[in-house]
Design a protein around this ligand. Sequence first.
Ligand code: PLP
Length: 425
Amino acid sequence: MNRHSDLPFDLKAATRIRERYPTPFHIYDERGIRENARRLKKAFSWSKGFRNHFAVKACPNPYIVRILREEGNGTDCSSLPELLLSERIGMSGEEIMFTSNETPANEYKKAFELGAVINLDDITHIPFLEKNAGIPEIICFRYNPGPNRQTAEGNVIGKPEEAKYGLTREQLIEAYSTMKAKGVKRFGLHTMIASNELSPEAPVITAKMLFGLVAEISEKAGIDFEFVNLGGGIGIPYRPEQSAVNLELVSEGIKSAYEEKIEKEGLPPLRILMENGRMMTGPYGYLVTTAIHEKHIYKEYVGVDACMANLMRPGMYGAYHFISVLGKKNSPEDCMYDIVGSLCENNDKFAIDRRLPRIERGDMLAIHNAGAHGYAMGFNYNGKLRSAELLLREDGEVEMIRRAETPNDYFSTFDFDGASIKMHD
Ligand SMILES: *Cc1c(COP(=O)(O)O)cnc(C)c1O
């Protein structure tokens, strides 16, 4: 989905859309989202009860989450609004996984009321949860393997032992025993250690690790597990020379690990869950923007009407996003540009030294792979307003699924009855 030819709309379509919805806007491809979700589900069809819980933070739009739900996804939430979003589209119970950290009391309360599967990030959250919500019927804990986890360098979310998340191995045994003593009978085990990981080995290594742990904890704490949640983190090919993770290969690897470490060991059947966000929507969303300025100083710049507030990844991580100049698919890439936004920050660059066809003012650019952690990471710094989100339906219709912000939205949080606290008597 990286190359020009894969764009689900052309210049003509984009021009029509722009007449109705001015750029910049995010647009999502329903067909791409559905086909990909089906591919993942099919790859794991051997695993009874397999489910991906879409990490809502990647693309928190209820229309998108509803499409994914129709394709069999649950949600993975980590805040009250994400829980409310799941509830608003009709979800409840174990369709929702609540994987949070440093969780406020009211969020546990809501997750508990919804009957979501609560995934605790720390052993000290057991009394906190009990006091503020209650002891649920099913409980999950997040494992942090610390220095035990060996993977290829670079793609793990930092080093696990430096990461704030999860429980240690020793704590896990105590935590499950405590929950068992409190009457809990249903258990799951979770970890999340990779991000944007393109190796098909990584999820297999994670699965092996969790299967082994399930065996150990089952024995030591005297419990049975119902599921493991391998977390999210399957990567997408942002760069044209990269390719998508082979899901069938991932599935095969996990299947043989399951047979060896669960079935052969005589452990009860385990459901396999995942929590992918990025791979579910990332490749199927585009930020469409118009070139409004060109500038020739020490470098060649093209100024566009989107900025880092619409897509933070390049500015924040130096992330690469492929860019198509609409209608110029076959033009020679004989120019070298920095594609920049209007924020008063010099890292507001969608591309640096990028070879592209000559860009004229008015040309439309599609910034690819913006469908996850794109709109979602938007912000209002510098008075920048969030754009609209559009959905390209399977029948070719384009539907607005979130309107663009207006200055009134920007000022809306000043709309209160001036309550001040008296600080001096
Ligand atoms: C962010 C996150 C995910 C999703 O990660 P992706 O890289 O988008 O797949 C899943 N689980 C947890 C706990 C997360 O924080």
